[in-house]
Design a protein around this ligand. Structure first.
Ligand SMILES: C[S@@+](CC[C@H](N)C(=O)[O-])C[C@H]1O[C@@H](n2cnc3c(N)ncnc32)[C@H](O)[C@@H]1O
Ligand code: SF4
Length: 390
């Protein structure tokens, strides 16, 4: 084992690959992503893609030297906008991982994509590169909602892109939706849901809009140019989505995620269940057995570190066992049937009993000692966690 190797309890290691580039920043988004103008670079996106990928390949070789894991169950290209990268460049990343670790036979390889960036040819290239799951940022089907979100894509493109993805052989296709955008009526949200459900997809993520500090959206809210809907309206939108998704054959497997049977996102489930993963790229977080670290945030700082053959790690922390337990409750409560009643103290048990009596946990799983939130329970999941985690 090489010096500095992280000996992990599990032989499995997932990879998160961060792509920190977008053509334009959406008004609501505070992800660690940059436009070429913000980076003040004049190179084309193709050049940016080529240069950046070499850095990722270098970090993957560092992962190899530092981890004794052997198999890779999932790889997730997230962003930013991974679909700005050339398919051959993403193929290089996959081959860097597969040449030093063993990819599980069923390795799930996801790419997040902005619909503006996809063409039939590009999609074919990604499929040939080995990507087998695609997650498309749809957000809404309604033009005035997309305008408030500051999105540039034409909603009609989503249908086209899903059709192309099927045509080139993608069988796992996910759409991201956002609800609770200022000015979005219940009918608008229903239209977005129905439009998504009419497409040949296997997975949906639906997130309530979060007003993140420092974004253009936050400034608009502060100047009172737009008003965020109240919590009751947002809860009604969650209920509408959950009812419609489930009626269409999508089961919830995390509070904000629904899938057709067998099509949950294995990578995200691994996060939520506390598995080990290596995050490569600027600002990416990693976790191995309670040790967490994150890389320097800016692409330039990241490039400099890698050029010097130095670790891009910015900081690390070691979680104590009580912190691990708390986090486990926070994440696992959001999944059906994962937490066992027997894991809780007497005090927590009485809080759980109260929530059960109020109808916030499903009866069947409860009777066999497992916790599964009901629809009403999912709406107050944060409150339940606060009572359980003191
Ligand atoms: C990296 S983006 C997905 C891919 C691509 N960049 C795109 O936007 O088309 C990840 C997802 O996070 C969600 N998201 C980002 N910021 C959010 C916010 N402030 N509130 C709710 N959802 C948000 C969006 O649904 C977005 O599709
Ligand atoms: S939502 Fe997606 S496309 Fe928009 S800025 Fe964030 S990462 Fe980029």
């Amino acid at each position: 084992m090489a010096a500095g190797t992280v000996r992990s309890k599990s032989s499995a290691l997932s990879f998160y690959i961060h792509i920190p580039y977008c053509v334009k920043r959406c008004g609501y988004c505070d992800f660690n992503t940059y436009t070429p103008a913000e980076l003040k670079v004049e190179s084309s996106l193709t050049e940016i893609s080529h240069n950046y990928i070499d850095l990722l390949v270098e970090e993957i070789s560092m992962a190899r030297a530092q981890s004794d894991a052997t198999t890779v169950p999932t790889i997730f290209f997230g962003g930013g906008t991974p679909s700005l990268m050339e398919p051959t460049d993403l193929a290089k990343v996959i081959s860097a991982i597969s040449s030093t670790f063993t990819l599980d036979e069923e390795c799930e390889i996801t790419m997040e994509a902005n619909p503006d960036t996809l063409t039939l040819d590009r999609l074919r290239g990604y499929r040939e590169a080995g990507i087998n799951r695609i997650s498309i940022g749809m957000q809404s089907a309604v033009p005035h909602v997309l305008a408030v979100l500051d999105r540039t894509h034409n909603p009609a493109n989503i249908e086209k892109v899903v059709g192309w993805a099927r045509e080139v052989g993608f069988t796992e296709i996910s759409l991201d939706l956002i609800y609770g955008t200022p000015g979005e009526s219940m009918a608008d949200w229903e239209k977005s849901i129905d439009t998504a459900l009419a497409l040949d997809i296997t997975h949906i993520s639906a997130y309530a809009l979060i007003v993140e500090d420092g974004t253009k959206l936050a400034a608009q809210v502060r100047r009172r140019e737009i008003t965020i809907p109240d919590d009751d309206e947002t809860a009604d939108k969650y209920l509408l989505a959950d009812n419609k998704f489930r009626a269409a054959g999508f089961d919830w497997y995390e509070i904000s995620n629904w899938s057709k049977p067998g099509s949950s996102c294995k990578h995200n489930v691994a996060y939520w269940k506390g598995a080990n993963w290596w995050g490569a790229g600027p600002g990416a977080h990693s976790h191995i057995d309670g040790r967490r670290w994150w890389n320097v945030k800016h692409p330039t700082a990241y490039r400099e570190r890698i050029a010097q053959k130095a670790s891009p790690m910015h900081e690390e922390e070691f979680l104590k066992s009580d912190e691990i337990a708390r986090e486990e409750i926070m994440l696992s409560l959001r999944l059906p049937g994962v937490l066992a009643l027997g894991e809780f103290s007497q005090e927590a048990r009485s809080a759980l009993d109260n929530f059960f009596v109020q109808g916030h946990f499903e009866v069947g799983p409860w009777e066999v000692g497992r916790l599964t939130l009901t629809q009403s329970g999912r709406l107050i999941a944060d409150r339940i966690v606060r009572e359980l985690v003191v």
